[in-house]
Structure formats: C-alpha cells, structure tokens
Design a protein around this ligand. Sequence first.
Ligand SMILES: *[C@@H]1O[C@H](CO)[C@@H](O)[C@H](O)[C@H]1NC(C)=O
Length: 181
Amino acid sequence: MKLALFAALSAGLAAPAPVEADDPVSTPTPTTLQPGAYWIRAVEAPNFHKYLQTKPANVPGTAILDSYTTAGQFNIEDGQLVNKVSNPPLYLWVEEPADKANPPRTLATFFNTTKNPFGTFAWQGDALTWSVPSIKRQNLAAWLVCEKQALFVNTGAYGYQTPSGCADQTIHYYNDKTANN
Ligand SMILES: *[C@@H]1O[C@H](CO)[C@@H](O)[C@H](O)[C@H]1NC(C)=O
C-alpha cells in the first residue's frame, strides 16, 4: 500500500483516499448458507421471518432484523456471535450499562471488528440467548426490536410493559440452505 501510494505520488497522480487495512467493505451475504453458519430470525409478528443483519451488509454497525433477501450469516464460537462472511469477521457487542443493578430496559447491540467483552451468547434450543453474571434477567432469550428495526437486549420480562416503539421478539437459528420469507 505505501509503495503503491509512493509510486502514485511520484508519478504525479492524485493520492487515493487512505484505506485502513481493517476497514471492512460491505459485501452481499451469500444466498446459500456457508458451512457451520446459521441464519438468525424472528418467528412472530411484527417481525415474522425478519433476519439478523447490518445495513449496509457485513460492516460494523447496529444489529437489525430485516428482509430475508439481505439476511446475514452467523456462528456462535466461544460465547461470541460472529459474522464470518465479513472480512475481517464481525462480533456482536452488547452495550454495557454503568448501573448493572438497575440497568436500562434496553441494551443496544452492534457489530464490531473486535470480540465482545461483555457477556456470552448461546443457543437455548434454537433460540439466541445473551447472559452476563452482573445483570439479572428473567428471560435470557428476550429481545426487543425498536426504531429502525434495531435489536436490543430486553433486561425486563418478555411481553410485559413493552417499551413504546418496540416489539417483543425471540430470535432463532434457521439452517435451511436459503433464507426465506
Ligand atoms: C469497537 O471495538 C474497539 C476495539 O475493541 C473499541 O475501542 C470500540 O469502542 C468499539 N466500538 C464501540 C462502538 O464500542
């Protein structure tokens, strides 16, 4: 990269915008499931068969549930929820609240290039759970989908006093060859 830039400069060409080696570039997710990977989707209204992904696809950013046509693919490895379609891989993070005894009702989730330092993802049957010893939760599989389809950990009870603008959801792995509606 440095050599190429030097060559371009000495040839009197405009310098290209610097690109960090670890800046993931959005690439579409393959439409068939990769070995060991899962689709992850809600199976109840109002997000029936909406799939976990980012927009744009496969770059760091807010975790959302959206169309099967742009569904992401994921694995759980050592408690990390990882997207290995992206290069480098992306890990799902959960916002760490300052007050863990009285956490906010929703904890934001987003994908980042480094491993999530806060909590553990696991399957319970086919349902995705997240837990951390410092936060008591009634239901480890309780998620909320709120504005702009953003996915949050629900620190409260499932289906009880649902925050306005949000919908209670559980989300599940699905391992058919293609994502579907
Ligand atoms: C993403 O990971 C980096 C390195 O671990 C960290 O410094 C950064 O705060 C993370 N991004 C967010 C939005 O938390």
